[in-house]
Design a protein around this ligand. Structure first.
Ligand code: GUN
Ligand code: FE
Length: 453
C-alpha cells in the first residue's frame, strides 16, 4: 500500500476520440491503492477551500507550471528486438524475420543477456513516458519471466508473453518450440509463474498468450492456446493481417482471412490486442467489434513492413477499438511520441495519396486524416480500452499513471512567443516537439517511479 496523495497540476487528457480537455491547476485526489478518488477543477465551488485545507499536507504535490499527461500505453513491442532497433529495415518482413530477428531472439536462452537488454529497455520506455506496455518475449520461459520481473521491479505495468512458434516447417531449427505440447505446457507454466509474481506487484503484471502469428503456429497450437486463454481469462496478443505476404499466406493455408482464423481458434476475445491489422476489411472489423478485441496500430513499423497504410479513421468510424504500439524493432523508436506523430503523417499520405501522376481527385482516400489529438487518444484512452482497465483519463475510478512535462527544460525548451495561444496549442507543441528530456517524472499507480535530476 501507499499513502493517499493530492496532486495539483495542469492536466491534459482525451476522454473521447478527437476531443481533449485541459484541467488547469486541478486537484487530483489519489487513494492509497493508486486510484483517483476525485478530481476538483479550478471552477468547482469547493476548490479554494480544499486547496487551503490540503496545501500544507506532506502528501500534497504541487507541480506548478509543469504539464501532466497520462502515462502512455504501448501495446505492441518486441522486447528482445531492442538491440537491433534501427537496424536491418531495408528488407521485407519474412527476410527480416529469418535473417535478423530469429537469430537475435534465439540468444535469449542466455539469462544474463536477457537481464541486461530488458532492464535497459524498460528504463528507456519509462523515460519516454510509457507506463504500461504489452510485450512479446521470446520462446524462452526463463528470460521472459525475467522481463516480467524487471517491469515489476522498475514500477512499469507489464503485460508479458512467452512467444509460441511451433511449426517445424515454418520456423528455423535453431529457434522454435521443440514440439506443440512443449509450447503449450510452457505457456501454461508461464501464466502460472506470472500470476504468482503478480501477487506482490502493486501496479500489476499480467501474462499474455502469444502465438507469434498464424504462419508460425500449427493448427493444434492455435487451438490449445485458445483453450488456455479461456481457462485463465488471459490477455492474448499476436500479429494480424500485417503485410501482403502474411495476409495472403493465411488465406492460402485456411481459405479464410487472418481475423476469421484467429476467431475460429478462440483467440479473439475482449482481452485480445492484435498488432497491425493493415489488411482487415469491414467484415473483419465486425468480428473484432463483436468480440470486443482491439487492433494495435504500429505506424512506424508499418511504413517498413506493411505494404499499406492502416485506415485508422475509417475503422474508428466503424466502431473498432484502436490503440498504439511502437513494434520495436519493426518500428525503430521506443517513443510513443514518435508514433503519435507518425500516425498523423501516415494518415495524411493515405488521405492525399502518393502517386503524383494521378489526378488529385483520384489520388487519395477520403476522410483519412488523423489529428494529433486523435493519435494522442490512441496512445492513452484507446490503450486503456484495449486492456479493459481504467487507464488514460484523469477521472474518479481511474488508475493514476502520469508523466510530468517541463516545457522549459533547458535542453529542450519549447518555443512560446505567441501571445494568443489557446490551451490546445500547448498540447500540440508538447506532442510534436518534446523529447524525453521534457519528461521529468513518471508516476505509476499513484507512485513516483522515475525522477530525472
Ligand atoms: N510477424 C511475426 N513476427 C513479427 C515481428 O517480430 N515483427 C513484426 N513486425 N511482424 C512480425
Ligand atoms: Fe510485431
Amino acid at each position: 500500500m501507499n499513502n493517499k496523495k493530492i496532486i495539483k497540476a495542469s492536466f491534459f487528457h482525451s476522454p473521447k476520440y478527437g476531443d481533449i480537455e485541459f484541467l488547469k491547476q486541478a486537484l487530483v485526489f489519489v487513494s492509497s491503492n493508486g486510484i483517483i478518488s476525485k478530481v476538483i477543477r479550478q471552477d468547482d465551488e469547493n476548490y479554494l477551500e480544499l486547496l487551503e485545507k490540503h496545501s500544507k499536507d506532506n502528501n500534497f504535490f504541487d507541480f506548478k507550471d509543469k504539464i501532466i499527461l497520462p502515462g502512455f500505453i504501448d501495446l505492441h513491442i518486441h522486447a528482445p528486438q531492442w538491440p537491433q532497433a534501427g537496424l536491418a529495415l531495408d528488407d521485407e518482413l519474412s527476410y527480416w524475420l529469418n535473417n535478423f530477428t530469429f537469430p537475435l531472439e534465439s540468444k535469449y536462452q542466455d539469462l544474463d543477456y536477457a537481464r541486461e537488454v530488458y532492464s535497459d529497455l524498460v528504463k528507456t520506455l519509462l523515460a519516454n513516458g510509457t507506463t504500461s506496455a504489452m510485450y512479446f518475449g521470446t520462446i524462452h520461459n526463463e528470460a521472459t519471466l525475467e522481463l516480467a520481473k524487471i517491469c515489476a521491479s522498475y514500477g512499469q505495468r507489464g503485460f508479458v508473453g512467452k512467444v509460441v512458434m511451433d511449426d517445424k516447417t515454418m520456423n528455423p531449427d535453431f529457434y522454435r518450440d521443440n514440439s506443440t505440447k512443449e509450447a503449450i505446457d510452457n505457456t501454461e507454466k508461464f501464466i502460472l509463474d506470472v500470476q504468482t509474481l503478480a501477487k506482490d506487484v502493486f501496479q500489476g503484471v499480467y501474462p499474455v498468450i502469444t502465438p507469434r502469428f498464424v504462419p508460425s503456429c500449427t493448427d493444434n497450437a492455435l487451438l490449445e492456446l485458445g483453450k488456455l486463454a479461456k481457462k485463465y481469462n488471459c490477455y492474448i496478443q499476436s500479429h494480424c493481417s500485417e503485410s501482403d505476404w502474411e495476409h495472403n499466406f493465411v488465406i492460402e493455408r485456411f481459405g479464410k482471412r487472418d481475423s476469421e482464423v484467429l476467431d475460429q481458434f478462440g483467440l479473439l476475445t475482449d482481452k485480445s490486442v492484435m498488432a497491425h491489422g493493415n489488411f482487415i476489411n469491414s467484415e473483419d472489423a465486425d468480428i473484432f467489434k463483436k468480440q470486443k478485441s482491439s487492433v494495435c496500430h504500429c505506424p512506424i513499423s508499418n511504413s517498413y513492413f506493411a505494404n499499406a497504410v492502416f485506415p485508422v479513421n475509417q475503422l474508428k468510424k466503424q466502431g473498432l477499438n484502436i490503440c498504439l504500439g511502437t513494434d520495436i524493432s519493426g518500428g525503430f523508436s521506443p517513443s510513443l511520441y514518435d508514433n503519435i506523430k507518425h500516425t498523423v503523417m501516415a494518415s495524411r499520405m493515405l488521405n492525399d495519396g502518393v502517386d503524383n501522376k494521378l489526378d488529385a481527385n483520384n489520388r487519395g482516400t477520403n476522410n483519412a486524416r488523423v489529428s494529433v489529438f486523435e493519435a494522442f487518444y490512441l496512445a492513452t484512452t484507446g490503450g486503456g480500452e484495449a486492456l479493459k482497465l481504467p487507464l488514460g483519463i484523469f477521472k474518479e475510478g481511474y488508475i493514476c499513471d502520469f508523466q510530468v512535462i517541463d516545457i522549459n527544460s533547458p535542453s529542450n525548451k519549447l518555443p512560446k512567443y505567441l501571445d494568443n495561444e489557446e490551451d490546445k496549442h500547448l498540447l500540440q507543441k508538447i506532442l510534436y516537439l518534446s523529447t524525453s528530456e521534457n519528461i521529468r517524472e513518471v508516476w505509476v499507480q499513484g507512485k513516483q517511479i522515475l525522477k530525472k535530476d
